[in-house]
Design a protein around this ligand. Sequence first.
Ligand SMILES: [Zn+2]
Length: 80
Amino acid sequence: MNFPLFDPSPAPVTPQCSAKACRADAVWVLAWNNPKLHTPERRKTWLACDEHREHLSEFLGVRGFLKDVVPLADWAAPGT
Ligand SMILES: [Zn+2]
């Protein structure tokens, strides 16, 4: 019997913006998918503060990667 491998990485207390050098609290989740690397149902996520949401979504949008922009509060909420 194998024991399952546990992921030891704890969730950060306050999620931070994914933009370079930004330490602001994340407010938005950008869900994206690179069809060259990921299967269609796969979602990668970036976090963004209010200030960088537009910049990051544009970065993903021009590449055709952006799938969804969701408020972090909604994203974190367990599916009901
Ligand atoms: Zn930011």
